[in-house]
Design a protein around this ligand. Sequence first.
Ligand code: DCT
Ligand code: MG
Length: 525
Amino acid sequence: MSSVEKLASLGITPKRRKQKEEGLCGSHSQYEVRFRDLLIYVVERKMGSSRRMFLMDLARKKGFRVADIMSDSVTHIVTENNSWNEIWDWIQTQKMSDADKLNLLDISWFTDSMGAGKPVDIKEHHRLQMQKIQPLQSDVSSTSSVTHVSQYACQRKSTLDNKNKIFTDTLELLAENCEFDENAGSFVAYSRATSVLKSLPYPITGMNDLEGLPCIGDQTRVIIEELLEEGVCSKVESLLCDEKYKARKLFTSVFGVGVKTADKWYGLGFRTLEEIKARKDITFTKMQKAGFLYYEDILQAVKKSEAEAVIQIIGDIVGQCAPDAKVTLTGGFRRGKEVGHDVDLLITCLEEGNEEGVLHKAISKLDRHGLLLFCDVVEATMEKRQLPSRKYDAMDHFQKCFLILKLDKRLVNKRDYGLASGSAVRLTDKRTEDENKTMIKGWKAIRVDLVIVPSQQFAYALLGWSGSRQFERDLRRYCSQEKRMLLDNHGLYDKNTQEFLKAETEEEIFAHLGLEYIEPQERNA
Ligand code: DCT
Ligand code: MG
């Protein structure tokens, strides 16, 4: 039996093999490791292989762990003369499971650390910087030298006036498909690129316009180039004809159906909703049953006037349950959208504690008034204050309910239904078929989310529920990567001082983060 086999029989992995697994092969095993928490990877690009070897050997001599190859164990990426954009593009090709957690560092961090003989704290100037882009022609006179587009959506203003819709629609569809596939890397890459393009005050008309923009990786460039040259994206064209994509899109359009269920139904051979509804052997959740029952209504976008009617109803009902209760519109409508897929409302009471019990009382009242078509209450899940989640996409812990409201069409602004006040119901060609059906039945099923928020957490909940999704994700990423802070819908925790930061308004939260305030209408990232 060899010595390796002997060790293996005792359950001990030989040192060399362990190192190889982490990409730690090479001649460095002779040096003592002093800093186990970090694993450095030195990027050869623009540095050259001999300088890279020299630096790697130097770090190993000083007790640092240095990887020869990229792997999920790497924590610090060191580069020379590369911008954040270039390195991020390269990382996208490395199939990392969680690229966001990587520290992308300039050689200055490395040299500072070698000088100090230990890893120094990462300062802002150690992090890789964005490439700067040239200002727009029209801005030349007003801008001193260059315009800087941040990699974070919370440092950009994105209104609904999207100048790059042709590109963002395409990229959003590709992102959606990556999300279906649970391909997190590509989903993030397409979503971030989409968001950067939405913030631009000009349309992209050539590949040069992308110069210096953050988050535009190789896969995105290929798509944009094709759109500029051909006017269509072949990837999207084939996706739109793809059986699986079509089924996933159709099935997940039913309220209560997620990708897992959609894939199960697809696997069983179903391709239409009629086939699924006709089957007696499928058990549906209550939510899915409601989803099928009110499918046509829910599929139709909710109009602003309908959202306003919903606020009125909920406001009246909630006011009867607690006199100091306040209903606040969030989500897409707060960002100025004219239509949405639901109405997102926060309910809070001026006096903390008064909000307890309001949700159940309000639901009973809605039910008694015959306004409740479906309701799923989720009780609060946070007992005592806990640290904000590290996940950028985590759900919050508030008591909430997902409901379907029966909205009487007479409560909605008449103009939206083409009716003069008091006029009889007339079907016209101007309305869609579904709108005409709503006219006949006299009501429309509307998806509403109600969230119960204690007043102390209101500002954080408002910020978190106002979206957009990408804005929220980048806000949290910015907090953790740039500020050593953790943000969620309940609060903000400063890891530097180990304290929670109070805020009564969204403006105060932006101030805590050292960010310029961004109006909700400018958060359509
Ligand atoms: N949200 C989030 N992360 C998620 C989902 C939602 O941060 N994964 C936040 C951002 C928006 C808000 O909650 C409400 O969610 P939606 O209603 O899904 O988004 P919306 O912007 O209101 O979109 P729509 O106009 O279609 O309702
Ligand atoms: Mg919404």
